[in-house]
Design a binder for this molecule. Structure first.
Ligand code: HPA
Length: 245
């Protein structure tokens, strides 16, 4: 049976409906992943859940061991990865509560361990990243969101920033000029690492706030948490539908 991995982000540190059968600690040449892998079944599919920020510890975006996470999932034999992340909205339709299935990435992160290609045991390869997300998997998520009649965007450009601070208004204006629709802190290097290991990877982004300078006032954690609570219920619905298909 196909094994599907779900990487949960902020607001999704567990899959409530997952019938947990086992938790597995996996070590990798790059260190330990963010948490034990949670194995189980949902809607008749074999699932592996990994909370990106740890369980229960909250590892900040720039300190996540992305290499260990992706390596552990590969080691465990997953066939594909669906990742979830909370993001700020830049594009006009990207209001709080909106879901997007991104199709492009711009990477503004720095200083992260971002490749497997620099270690002795992995041959250097310049992987193609023209379309950073797996189109078949992306389309399956689009189909699931369409079936549920969710208000969502079929395409979006995800801008990955370093964090943990939020952006300045000028940084968001630059990202807007660059063509970013979304801003988040965990989309990279995760996507590129999955590509290096040839693992189909796609993302569900939940907009939890308008990005800096695009709404009145400053961004507060209270606002983000309020949107996240209901937003993640929609993400769970979407995942359930995707797994049923
Ligand atoms: N910027 C970066 N990351 C985020 C944001 C944001 O506004 N909201 C949620 N994650």
């Amino acid at each position: 049976m196909e094994k599907i991995a779900i990487i949960g982000g902020t607001g999704l540190s567990a899959l409530p409906e997952l019938q947990l059968t086992e938790e597995k600690q996996i070590d990798t040449p790059y260190g330990a992943p963010s948490a034990k892998l949670q194995l189980g079944e949902l809607n008749g599919k074999q699932l592996v859940f990994l909370p990106r920020h740890g369980n229960p510890h909250l590892i900040p975006p720039h300190s996540i061991n992305y290499r260990a996470n992706i390596w552990a999932l590969r080691e465990f034999g997953v066939d594909k990865i669906v990742a979830v992340n909370a993001v700020g909205g830049i594009g006009d339709e990207m209001d709080a509560g909106h879901i997007a299935i991104p199709d492009q990435i711009i990477d503004y992160t720095y200083g992260r361990e971002h490749t497997f290609s620099d270690s002795a045991d992995v041959e250097l390869e310049h992987v193609d990243f023209t379309n950073p997300y797996d189109e078949v998997l992306r389309q399956a998520l689009v189909d699931a969101a369409t079936a549920l009649e969710l208000p969502f965007s079929k395409r979006a450009c995800y801008g990955a920033t370093q964090g943990p601070r939020l952006e300045s208004a000028a940084e968001i204006q630059r990202m807007l000029r660059d063509g970013c629709d979304l801003v988040g802190m965990t989309g990279m290097p995760e996507a590129a690492l999955a590509r290096e290991l040839d693992l189909p990877y796609a993302v569900i982004s939940m907009v939890v706030n308008r990005a800096a300078g695009l709404s009145e006032g400053i961004i507060t954690m209270e606002e983000i948490e309020r949107v996240m609570e209901t937003g993640m219920l929609q993400v769970l619905l979407l995942l359930g539908q995707f797994l049923q298909d």
